[in-house]
Design a protein around this ligand. Structure first.
Ligand code: NAD
Length: 433
């Protein structure tokens, strides 16, 4: 039975050409940063791979995990913990690098890191229970297994978390419930962000922060285009922590959300889906399957004619093949790197703008920064003050990017140039380059 990657599969070989690295090399040429220096900035500072022997349902299951510490020139390594069957070292590295760019673009005092835990919980469930129906019993298994895995992960990496060198948070496949395990291990509210309400040092508004930022970035784009939510249609891939809140805010603002998909399928209604009803359905069923609406596949979602397509699930879902048939007028990268480097080029030729991940989904890390500082004794926040901070940071990022866009750069290029220049300047100033 295969439940995730072996160490060899996890490490793979040479790092493949990744989008963030290619963007950084392109940007370095525009900024005239020496090639040797940008190479240093592309590579991670440290990589830690850890086998986790996790007791699940009375059996020990070995799960491979890794932490990539990419860059801490501007502050502690910061980045979420991804738990997914497809996680490998290079994906974690790329996501860590993206965090370095994201924290620099949003102007917060944090660097970039990421964790990846490679496990296929559906395969494990089917193997352990001989059941292939992913119903309520599977959801309970998934909940308990994730807690067991994260408890082991927290135990192994506790000294790193307690040192505040790397401050983790939830990402795809993990949530506040698992962040509690890190807090339990360190008893330190500043050792992890994305803690659920009621856990020492939690931040009101953290849960909706990323989705709120995605919504706000779209609202700003609508303003720029002279349109309004009520005139716009939205298609969304991923209805998890990010997608669900983004959909809710857009729905409440009057936008027509015409299709939503998740890993098991999707729903569609040209007249507009009832997002609150879908949220209720998902809370009970755990997925969109079974909701009262016509169904749609992930492939068909990408072809839908709509104003905004929001990929809010895994990476690399829009590539050179399907970029030719994307039906949306604008792509909003709520997920991390949902568009590949080749896909970006095709979309650029087709004049389909991309609102980049380092900006569109930065709401989460902006809130995490407040949560971290609050836990260190900084000011206490309310949900309103957190959302206001996100709006303020987004307005500033947009102003900064527009300065570069006036010189003919795309938003993706502008965001990379700003971030890279900031990291480079700090590294030079600190004698790290
Ligand atoms: P999540 O695990 O809460 O939800 C993921 C959603 O995507 C689920 O609805 C799942 O069914 C769906 N999904 C997963 N694989 C899919 C596939 N192959 N096809 C279609 N749907 C699929 O994850 P999340 O926290 O909402 O993260 C989503 C994305 O946003 C990730 O790329 C993550 O890195 C990025 N992101 C998350 C945060 C955060 O605060 N959680 C912050 C910044 C960026």
């Amino acid at each position: 039975m295969k439940i995730g990657n072996t160490i060899e599969e996890y490490v793979r070989s040479k790092e493949p050409a990744t989008r963030s690295a290619l963007l950084m090399y392109e940007s370095a040429k525009r900024l005239k940063i020496p090639p040797g220096a940008v190479q240093e900035m592309v590579k991670p500072y440290a990589v830690r791979i850890q086998r986790l022997p996790v007791p699940i349902l009375g059996q020990v299951v070995n799960v491979i995990s890794g932490i990539v510490l990419h860059n801490r020139a501007r502050g502690p390594y910061k980045g979420g913990i991804r738990l997914d069957k497809d996680v490998d070292l290079w994906e974690t590295t790329e996501l860590a690098r993206l965090m370095t760019l994201k924290t620099a673009l949003s102007g917060i005092e944090l660097g970039g890191g990421k964790s990846g835990i490679s496990v296929d919980l559906r395969a494990l469930y089917a193997h352990m229970t001989r059941k292939k129906r992913f119903n309520g019993a599977y959801r309970e298994f998934e909940r308990v297994a994730k807690i067991d895995i994260l408890s082991e992960f927290a135990h192994h990496f506790a000294p790193l978390f307690a040192s505040h060198e790397y401050v983790p948070a939830p990402d795809m496949g993990t949530s506040g419930s698992e962040m509690v395990r890190i807090y339990n291990e360190t008893r330190d509210p500043a050792s992890v962000t994305g803690k659920p309400d009621g856990i020492e040092g939690w931040l009101p508004g953290r849960a909706e922060s990323t989705g709120y930022g995605v919504y706000y970035a779209i609202l700003k784009d609508m303003e720029h285009r002279g349109t309004a939510p009520s005139d716009c249609t939205i298609a969304l891939q991923g209805f998890g922590k990010v997608g669900s809140h983004a959909a809710r805010y857009l729905f409440e603002a009057g936008a027509r959300v015409i299709a939503i998909t998740d890993i098991l399928g999707g729903v569609k209604d040209d007249g507009g889906l009832d997002v609150p009803e879908l949220l209720l359905h998902c809370r009970q069923a755990g997925c969109l399957q079974g909701a009262k609406a016509k169904s749609i596949t992930n492939d068909a979602l990408f072809k839908l004619k709509c104003d905004y397509l929001i990929p809010a699930a895994s990476g690399h879902v829009i590539h050179k093949d399907n970029a030719k048939t994307i039906g949306a007028k604008v792509i909003v990268e709520a997920a991390n790197m949902p568009v590949t480097f080749d896909g970006m080029k095709t979309l650029h030729e087709r004049k389909v703008p991309i609102i980049p991940d380092t900006y569109a989904n930065a709401g989460g890390v902006i809130a995490s920064n407040l949560e971290y500082r609050q836990a260190l004794g900084g000011p206490k926040h309310t949900k309103d003050s957190v959302l206001a901070e996100i709006r303020h940071r987004f307005d500033t990022m947009l102003e900064d990017m527009h300065l570069f866009m006036r010189k003919g750069r795309t938003m993706l290029q502008a965001s990379t140039d700003i971030a890279l220049a900031r990291v480079y300047e700090t590294m030079v100033q600190r004698g790290l380059l």
